[in-house]
Design a protein around this ligand. Structure first.
Ligand code: ADP
Ligand code: MG
Length: 700
């Protein structure tokens, strides 16, 4: 019964009718009573003050006056009609003008009655004009609760049919009394009580027609909370139910390999953050449940070592492991550092990428299947069906955001029972986002860099200082250091960007000529072998300058590089800038990052550059990025709408995220299947929402 009333098609609401219904659907996706009810105001105007016409001063901002009508005139040709209304109070007169929706407005305006008019006055031919003001019988407006008037989003087409904000408000005033008692309870009373929320009826009433600011705030808080609560409830309950269903291999032993490595071969003491994370991983692996863990750690925080320790646990328990990276260069670097770590223990590691020869591939396939190969490192090549393991127990995925869900899922199928999964990312994700978005992954964070790192000095320079910057490059090279110079490459402006890159390269080669200097160049149009060659020349110290597009963004490790120059830095996103900067400061040398830009900077570009200069803290940078771009863009989900909230704002509502997260955890801890009587309200609402949001179940 409840549901039926809210699901009533919008055309059945008094004041709507077929044409308006059609527009509400096409312009606003409002199909039902429920949809309209959830079309919330985006701001409110204080209508408590009425002024006299003689006191209208500033042609800025909106004012409210109380007037009678002296004249109503329709002027102009049929298609260019204008409605001119003269209105007055005891102190003066004004003109009210409409160009659109005349058919709707005109019948409501009658001589001799008292009206409240609200709008923006503009000075015109010696008097004040109000274009498209809001107008209402004073008597009617007095009957309304409160003095905060809702303002609703509308569109030009809707306005032409009398559904500007005021028209929508009138529909809402028809709707609310009809449906209010049919709105289902969505939250249990104890949660309402604990958080001091208004009940659901009060919340809907007050968000549309607030009695006062206090109740308005509480109502918004409650409705935001609800949005976040149900997203998190759905994610977390999915996580718990898959976890209960999915058995994981039990890594019972901490054996010889792990202990040997720890005692004899560990090149440095683990940071506390690394220790904490290894502990979290060990707990998962020993528990018999399947591990699906995201390891977040800023560039250079030492994630590889954590992966190596996890691999050792896998080997100690008789399982094979694999590590997948998004590019050949990265996979190769991982391979080298893992071999370095594991060779002394006699552990067999191989590298599989697209460029491995067929004969070598065969050997790898063979040794994987007979179990003599312990660890396989590689690119997407690992995903091929031919790659079969004897006993895969652990899959590590580096830079997980570079892989699709389907690709990662393939790794899950490489054994009868899915291997444990550790995904790593150097893109810090704000806590609020991680909590909502990765509800179905466990998250570990390395929030500390190894000791002794020198902070990177970040400087913003305009293009006009190029000569000085070149001098600085020369100084660094004279000290025996290496330099990156990065150019943007953006799809929409690809042609121009390539030209900039090549022009830049030429002027660099002119300034830093052979034989004293060697300059490498890497960009996306080169053949993979050529890229690989240039890259290795730089990695091996054969060239001093690497001119590149963002292909070097992820992962490459050249400790001797001490200077990163980013050309047209204003074109890069914050997280990209941060990733690029992370390429230096990896060795013992003092490192620098110079952001080059033109003088003309957008407001956002300015904020980005200032943020980079101010801080190196990846989490702070990601918070800022979230504020600038919004959650959909940060997580790459803008298409799916997963993070589209009506009210909640992940960049600003961190506290509400935390609040709802705690409540969700508490509820699921006590009643994972939501079968207790007091949780039926929540369960019902969750089921309803899940039907509307099928894509909630396949993200992350
Ligand atoms: P990322 O998290 O970016 O993948 P890496 O794993 O590549 O970082 O580590 C960056 C550098 O720090 C490597 O050279 C690594 O050997 C070194 N490193 C890792 N852990 C420690 C530690 N606890 N103490 C000192 N150096 C460390
Ligand atoms: Mg790494």
């Amino acid at each position: 019964m409840n549901i039926d009333v809210l699901n009533t098609p919008i055309e059945f609401l008094k004041g709507v009718g077929p044409k308006r219904a059609e527009l509400l659907k096409s312009e606003m996706s409002i199909y039902s009573f429920r949809d309209l009810l959830n079309h919330f105001p985006f701001r409110y105007v204080d209508r408590s003050k009425t002024i006299l016409i003689k006191d209208i001063l500033e042609p800025h901002g909106s004012v409210q006056i109380s007037v009678q009508i002296s004249n109503v005139q329709e002027l102009g040709q049929p298609r260019k009609k204008r409605l001119l209304v003269s209105a007055f109070d005891a102190t003066g007169s004004v003109q009210l003008v409409w160009f659109k929706g005349i058919k709707w407005i005109k019948p409501t305006i009658k001589l001799g009655q008292q009206y409240v008019v609200y709008g923006k006055p503009a000075s015109y031919a010696g008097s004040w004009n109000f274009n498209h003001p809001e107008i209402e019988l004073e008597e009617k407006s007095k009957n309304k609760l409160g003095s905060l008037q809702p303002v609703y989003h509308s569109t030009e087409k809707l306005s032409a049919f009398g559904l500007q904000s005021r028209g929508i408000e009138n529909l809402m005033r028809n709707l609310l009394p009809q449906v209010i008692k049919f709105i289902p309870k969505t939250l249990p009373s104890n949660i309402e009580k604990k958080n001091n929320f208004p009940n659901v009826f009060q919340a809907y009433e007050n968000i549309h027609f607030p009695i006062d600011r206090h109740l308005l705030q509480k109502s918004i808080l409650r409705l935001k909370y609800e949005e976040l609560f149900f997203l998190q409830l759905s994610m977390t309950s999915q996580k718990l139910s898959t976890r209960n269903k999915l058995k994981g291999y039990v890594f019972k032993y901490v054996g010889n390999n792990f202990n040997d490595f720890f005692k004899k071969h560990l090149p440095f003491e683990l940071t506390n953050a690394q220790k904490k994370v290894v502990k979290e991983i060990r707990k998962d692996l020993g528990s018999g449940v399947h591990m699906n863990r995201l390891l977040q750690g800023d560039v250079g925080s030492g994630k590889t070592l954590v992966a190596v320790l996890t691999i050792l646990l896998s080997i100690d328990n008789g399982f094979q492991s694999c590590l997948m990276a998004p590019t050949e260069i990265l996979a190769t670097q991982h391979y080298k550092s893992i071999v370095n770590f594991l060779d002394p223990l006699g552990i067999k590691v191989s590298l599989l990428t697209g460029s491995v020869k067929k004969s070598d591939r065969k050997i790898i396939h063979q040794s994987l299947e007979d179990g003599t190969l312990n660890v396989l490192v590689g690119t997407h090549a690992l995903l091929e069906d031919k790659v079969k393991f004897k006993n895969l127990g652990l899959s590590v995925i580096d830079e997980q955001h570079r892989f699709g869900v389907a690709q990662r899922a393939k790794l899950w199928k490489k054994n009868v029972q899915p291997p444990h999964v550790l995904v790593m990312t150097a893109t810090p994700i704000p806590r609020t986002l991680a909590m909502t978005f990765y509800g179905d992954l466990d998250v570990s964070v390395i929030d500390e860099l190894p000791p002794g790192r020198k902070p990177i000095n970040t400087i913003h320079r305009f293009d006009s200082s190029r000569l000085k910057v070149f001098q600085f490059i020369e100084d660094e090279i004279k000290k025996g250091h290496q330099v990156y110079i990065v150019f943007p490459l953006i799809e929409e402006s690809e042609k121009l960007d390539y030209k900039d890159l090549m022009d830049g390269y030429e002027s660099i080669v002119r300034r830093f000529p052979l034989p004293d200097y060697q300059v490498s160049i890497v960009h996306g149009k080169m053949k993979p072998e050529a890229k690989e060659y240039e890259m290795s020349q730089f990695v091996n110290g054969k060239t001093q300058i690497m001119v590149a597009t963002t292909v070097i963004e992820v992962g490459v490790d050249v400790p001797n590089a001490s200077l990163m120059i980013i050309e047209s830095a204003e074109k890069f996103g914050l997280s990209q800038l941060h990733q690029l900067r992370g390429r230096v400061g990896r060795g013992a040398e003092k490192s620098y990052c110079i952001l080059m830009s033109g003088y003309k900077l957008s407001k956002e570009a300015k904020i980005r550059l200032e943020t980079m200069v101010r801080t190196s803290d990846g989490f702070e940078i990601s918070e800022q990025d979230l504020k600038i771009r919004g959650p959909g863009d940060v997580m790459g989900t803008q298409q799916s709408g997963v993070l589209d909230f009506k009210l909640a704002d992940l960049a600003r509502d961190g506290q509400i995220v935390q609040l709802s997260k705690n409540d969700v955890d508490q509820i699921l801890k006590e009643d994972v299947n939501l079968s207790a009587p007091e949780n039926q309200i929540v369960k019902k609402e969750l089921i309803r929402i899940m039907k509307l949001k099928p894509n909630w179940s396949n993200i992350s």
